[in-house]
Design a protein around this ligand. Structure first.
Ligand code: GLY
Length: 263
């Protein structure tokens, strides 16, 4: 596919969006409602964005969407591979209004296609490890959405693998890839046998939500609240860069949710 007219990226670009004023009306699937302090959430989000910058990303701010409660969780709106950006059809109907502005931003860097309304898919359910694309099938992503994603990715040489996961909102709530062949996971929610030849690194049993991390360069961006799991990651030889993530966790959002990072 010709890419002559798309901007080249010298460094990874992280697309992010400010926390919406209406974040208190966010979708909640497995968690009870708690009061979210907007200023605190925005302050923690700003620290997260600073960390992305420090770890080598160029930051692109997406337009603020105060009427879209979950708009900070940009990851769910697109799946991006080097050849293509695929805009999703989020399973949460309230989130579909977030997608257009992401498509406009990504169009400078990739050809953009869009999933139809026939199926549902959210980017938080998509874990790509090189040419293996693992897709969680649960409340936000269904078989029809995965089928359509596969129709775009298989011709480009990607294997799309459906993963059944337990009571986690998204696949990447249950596991993320730390690099160097290591999968950080909660075994109650995901089965390591579904991931060929990866070495499991389990979160601490007292920290079931401690499986959402971002590998950037030589560092692993990780929520500072999960001290026990952090020790396990460091003991395995990774360099952890902790950031506060407790306020958006009340909105059922993890670190990967708050950015789309493209190389
Ligand atoms: N509140 C995060 C989400 O449900 O999509």
């Amino acid at each position: 596919m010709a890419r002559d007219h798309f901007l080249e990226t010298a460094m990874p670009i992280a697309f992010v969006r400010t926390v919406s004023e209406s974040i208190h009306n966010c979708e909640l699937t497995h968690m009870d409602q708690e009061t979210i302090d907007l200023d605190h959430a925005r302050s923690q989000h700003a620290t997260y964005v600073d960390a992305l910058r420090l770890l080598g990303c160029e930051i692109q701010q997406l337009p603020q969407l105060d009427h879209q409660p979950d708009a900070v969780f940009v990851e769910d709106t697109a799946v991006v591979v080097p050849e293509l950006a695929i805009l999703t059809n989020p399973g949460a109907a309230s989130r579909r209004g977030e997608v257009d502005t992401v498509g406009e931003a990504l169009a400078e860097f990739r050809p953009v296609v869009r999933l139809t309304n026939d199926g549902n898919l959210e980017g938080g359910d998509v874990l790509r490890i090189e040419n293996q694309v693992h897709v969680g099938c649960a409340s936000r992503t269904n078989e029809a959405g995965i089928l359509e994603l596969r129709s775009h990715l298989e011709p480009l040489g990607y294997d799309v693998i459906t993963i059944r996961h337990g009571e986690a909102l998204h696949l990447k709530t249950a596991c993320t890839y730390l690099g160097d062949g290591v999968l950080l996971l909660n075994r109650n929610w995901v089965d390591i046998e579904d991931f060929d030849e990866l070495e499991p690194l389990e979160c601490h049993p007292d920290e079931p939500f401690a499986c959402n991390a971002i590998r950037l360069g030589d560092s692993v961006l990780f929520p500072e609240e999960f001290i026990q799991t952090r020790k396990r990651i460091e003991a395995r030889g990774f360099n952890v860069h902790p950031v506060p993530a407790s306020e958006l966790a009340k909105a059922e959002g993890g670190l990967t949710c708050s950015s789309i990072i493209i190389d």
